[in-house]
Design a protein around this ligand. Sequence first.
Ligand code: SF4
Length: 411
Amino acid sequence: MIHINHDHTLTLENKILLMQEDARFDVADPQLSYGTTQSEDESIPDPSMFQDIHAAQAPPKVPKIFLSNKCIFNCAYCGCRASRDTDQRYCNTPSELAEIALQQAKDNGHGIFITSAIYQNANYTEEIIIETLRILRKELFYNGYIHAKIMPGTDPHLIEKAGQYANRLSVNIEVAQNAGYERVAKQKNKENILVPMQHISNLVRNAKQYKSNGNPILAKSQTTQLMAGSTEETDRTIMNLSKALYKKYNLSRVYYTAFQYVQEAKGYELPFTSTPLWRTKRLYQADRLLQLYGFTPEEITPDKVPNLTESMDPKMGWALRNIHLFPVEVNTADYEQLLRIPGIGLTFAQKIIRARRYGKVTHQTLRRIGVVLKKSTYFITCNGKYEGGDILSHPELLHQMFTEDSSSKEK
Ligand code: SF4
């Protein structure tokens, strides 16, 4: 039986405004941002930065609905933490939350993300989330997309129940090194996060088996959120961890945030330094290089340069460190080689392969199929022809040309 101390002093509108604020601390969905535009959420990648690296379209936004912002944990970076001095705490009942979620789903049209701070304890919070999911599916007959958050330390039987109603589940790993938990999220640890992550992975992998036991599993994927800058970890450490997580837990996506310290957090060793937001942008780019382009963490962040830089995208950085591999002949290069050419992403690599079926690819062909040669022209030959002058003998000039001016860009 779920019993909630209901705060009647906050109106629905007040709660929704507070949910918008709480959503800034957690991005584990491509879409998010409850009621905000994508560009207003610093943690969400701007699709324009993937022009070269990932030709995906901007994902739709999914509103994020909070059960509660009253947390028993005290993570230094989070506005829901126990030690935060605020009287603006709320906890919805499952019926209220389901009604809010349904309304938001109708308004938004792309689904909903149901999450929460840890209210009283992990299992209790998860039970309320599950009851909300049940009401949505069984009483309100909502058939759209639901992403549900799993609390750290949740018992396997509750994860299974959540998986019967939600399409996607996630538990946030948060930090890149164990030391990070003690530093910024004292009540979290590797075990209370990785054990649920393993259960979600098993659930998703063995969905058919659960189905045959009479409990259909809807959950098809899991994601996580990883924060940069909670310790002095390098980007190479983050890339290695992401690679391991994708492999071991079959994650659909790792989402990156930058550690931000906004208001005083009691119980921590201060001072904290916030991580610059450009780091998240570079991590998203590096992540796509790992997942879609066949790069390894060692290639993106080699021993001598273990950190991504603000001034250059990681693919260009790799190309300039490996200038001896260029120019690449677009008529004979295989798909993987084409993907490594600066300025050519997934879509154009595929278009080039298709264009080769109908004859030799020239610079004119590339222009016709839409390749912007501003970058790629220095790294390719078309049927033996090179249009980049003698710049490959002067890589330092390429370096200057493709160094991004951080002062003129959004950070
Ligand atoms: S567990 Fe930590 S990050 Fe999650 S809501 Fe509570 S304080 Fe915030």
